[in-house]
Design a protein around this ligand. Sequence first.
Ligand SMILES: [Zn+2]
Length: 178
Amino acid sequence: MFFAQKDTVIHLLYDIEPADSMVYFNKVRVHKQCYSALKKMIEDAKKENIYIGIRSAYRDSAEQAYQFYYLGDLYKQTIQQRLKHTAPPKYSEHHTGFAIDFMDLQYPNVNYGINFEKTPTFKWLQKNACRYGFVLSFPPNNKQNIQYEPWHWRYEGNEYARSKFEKSYLYRYSNCDK
Ligand SMILES: [Zn+2]
């Protein structure tokens, strides 16, 4: 087990999955191997009056570059600051198509941030997402030293999806524990 030094952020390299492995889920692309689990989870949540939306999912290298460089420049962040919460291109879980940024459709203004934790969607996900194969990628105090991201979940519900995250298990074995 490795532990990140204080102030060191560890991002892992990911293959960029081909776009033809993706399918559209409303306006975002997700890996076709997690589509049905995702759909079922969102439908089941709805039956309990929880309205889960998706802010972002699959990103190719150019889209990640936009997030990292363009938005980082816009907010005048140093590289060290942006590394804390954004992966550089080629290092994002979003390249797999299995990482999903959720939102609560009843509270659409609760954006990327710690406040997402207070939404009914987060509370529901925390209790139920594991049953559909979704786990929180970056919990508080994770050993990669990446900022806590309550909105960012990844699908590990089958062998192929799990194989994509193999390297991260050096830092945390994040298989569903429920
Ligand atoms: Zn994300």
